[in-house]
Design a protein around this ligand. Sequence first.
Ligand code: AMP
Ligand code: MG
Length: 268
Amino acid sequence: MLSKLIVEPGKSARLAERDPADQLGLGSKEEAEPRRLELLSELFALQDRLWAEARRSVLLVLQGMDTSGKDGTIRHVFTGLNPAAVADAAFKVPVGAEVEHDYLWRVHAVCPSRGEIGIFNRSHYEDIVTVRARQLQPKAVWSRRYRHVREFERMLVDEGTTILKVFLHISKEEQRERLQARLDEPDKRWKFKLGDLDTRKLWPDFLDAYEEAITETSTKWAPWYVVPADHKWVRNVAVASLLVDTLRALGPRFPAPAEDLTGVQVVY
Ligand code: AMP
Ligand code: MG
């Protein structure tokens, strides 16, 4: 299933050919739920070892259009993990000192420590995709960032971080329904911003910007995965699977004790 989601380095993202409503052969929502719970319990065991080992880290980068489910993914995939070993960061429009530095300054500062699983709810990709789609900077500025980002990520990987980049792929119609639900349901109204409607008008610009950014930055050391996200249950299982696969490949192990404990007993 997961080999279907990767954007092979050097190949195009082909977002238009990927179906946001794909169910990835997972059957029904009812069948997917036990699968998600199984994945979460494996994730818990792997996280425990990664944390104990304290040598390496994992970084999950979540990008997607408004309402694509970044927050929901975090809730459903990280439920039940040890919060002490999770580092969550959300990136908003840069302010204050963030604007006074290069765009990677605030990003690097919140990368996961050794042993942690980091989550980026939006990321340095805003500085390419959003900056381009909203025309906040000229092409000369955002286009050179592909190179910066590839090299920045390579440095993180060289130094012990495994990077998992996920684009939550929703359809324009699904976004319409989710935005409307934010207006209609009292518990969701707080999420609605009038500006989201202006952003929605830029849908094609954002899609083009994502298509190119994903294509340019899906590398051997930090590939992109495009997760179909019209169905929340598919999205949750897919992201949990990707994380489990990533951690399994790392194979973290409980470290040996630092001192020789042979024959040591707790006698008092
Ligand atoms: P939300 O994730 O709904 O809280 O919204 C955060 C907003 O901040 C989104 O509209 C993002 O596009 C915007 N944003 C985040 N990072 C940047 C950035 N580097 N440049 C411009 N806008 C950004
Ligand atoms: Mg929002």
